[in-house]
Design a protein around this ligand. Structure first.
Ligand SMILES: [Zn+2]
Length: 273
C-alpha cells in the first residue's frame, strides 16, 4: 500500500477459514518477541480448530466452534501451552536455569488473564449491551463507559475526558467485530479447564509446570472436542470431555499459590478499591 494512502489495513491478528474446508489463513504483523510468539500460537489454535471440524461428518453450516468462546479458548490454550518453561527449553528459546522465577511468572500470567476478566465481562459487556440493545445516545458513550470502568475495574481516567469523544471506540472489538470481549472472558475459564484436565488426567503433570507438546494422547483428547464443531451443545461438550461444568474451579486452582501470597502481602491493607 503506498504511503499516505487513505486506505488503512486492520493489522489485528486474525485467523480465517476461507472456504469451510482446508483453505485456512492467518493475518499477523509478527515481530520476534514473546508477545507475538504467544499470539502466533493463539491464531494457530483457531486454524487447527477449523481443520478439525472440516470433515464430512460435520455439516457445512455447523463448521464453527462449540460456541464462540470455545474457539477463543482453544487459541488461548495454545498460547498457555506455548509459555510452559519446559516447552520453551525444548525449542531452545530459554536456557535451563534462565526461566523466570515461578512466583513472578504466575503474577505476570494473572495480570494478563485475571485482570482482564472484570474488563471483558464487566465494563465492555455492559457497555455493548447499552450500545446495541438500548441504543445508548452518542453523547453518553464516553461517560457511560468510564462509569462501568469505575464500577467493574475500580479504574479512574488519568485526566478529564472530553465528553464528545469515545475512548471505548479505540478498542478493536468495539469498532470492529462486536461482542468478542465476553467470549474472551468465557474463554479464560474454558482454557484453564481444558489445560487442567490435560495436565492432571492425561500427561499427569502439575498444571503450572506442564508440557504436553508432542503428546499424542493430549492431541487425541483435543481433536475429539474440536472435530465436533458446533454439532453438540457446548455445555455437554465440556461436561463429557472433562467431567465438570464450565466454571472457575481450574482457574482458581492454577492461581492458588499467588492468591495465598497476595493475601499475606496485603494483610492489613484496604484493597477494596
Ligand atoms: Zn482469537
Amino acid at each position: 500500500m503506498p504511503p499516505n494512502s487513505p486506505r488503512k489495513k486492520n493489522a489485528h491478528a486474525t485467523a480465517w477459514h476461507i472456504d469451510g474446508e482446508s483453505d485456512v489463513r492467518s493475518l499477523m504483523s509478527v515481530e520476534p518477541n514473546a508477545q507475538w510468539f504467544g499470539t502466533a500460537h493463539h491464531e494457530l489454535g483457531h486454524i487447527y480448530y477449523y481443520l478439525s471440524y472440516a470433515i464430512p461428518e460435520v455439516p457445512y453450516l455447523l463448521r464453527a466452534g462449540a460456541n464462540r468462546a470455545f474457539h477463543e479458548a482453544v487459541g488461548e490454550l495454545a498460547r498457555l501451552a506455548s509459555q510452559q518453561p519446559a516447552y520453551l527449553r525444548k525449542l531452545g528459546l530459554v536456557r535451563a536455569g534462565q526461566e523466570p522465577d515461578a512466583p513472578s511468572a504466575l503474577l505476570q500470567s494473572a495480570l494478563e488473564s485475571i485482570v482482564f476478566l472484570p474488563f471483558a465481562a464487566g465494563t465492555m459487556t455492559h457497555f455493548e449491551r447499552d450500545l446495541y440493545e438500548h441504543d445508548l445516545p452518542v453523547a453518553e458513550w464516553q461517560d457511560r463507559w468510564w462509569q462501568y470502568a469505575a464500577t467493574y475495574q475500580g479504574v479512574q481516567p488519568p485526566g478529564k475526558r472530553a465528553p464528545d469523544l469515545c475512548d471505548a471506540c479505540t478498542k478493536t472489538h468495539i469498532n470492529d467485530d462486536p461482542a468478542q470481549y465476553y467470549d474472551y472472558a468465557m474463554a479464560t475459564l474454558i482454557k484453564f479447564q481444558l489445560h487442567d484436565h490435560i495436565c492432571r488426567k492425561i500427561v499427569k503433570q502439575e498444571p503450572r509446570v506442564c508440557d504436553y507438546s508432542g503428546s499424542e494422547e493430549a492431541g487425541r483428547f483435543l481433536r475429539d472436542i474440536l472435530k465436533l464443531g458446533a454439532t453438540r451443545d457446548w455445555r455437554k461438550v465440556m461436561r463429557e470431555a472433562t467431567g465438570e461444568d464450565i466454571g472457575p474451579r481450574a482457574m482458581l486452582d492454577f492461581y492458588q499459590p499467588l492468591l495465598a501470597d497476595l493475601a499475606k502481602r496485603n494483610q492489613g491493607l484496604d484493597c477494596s478499591r
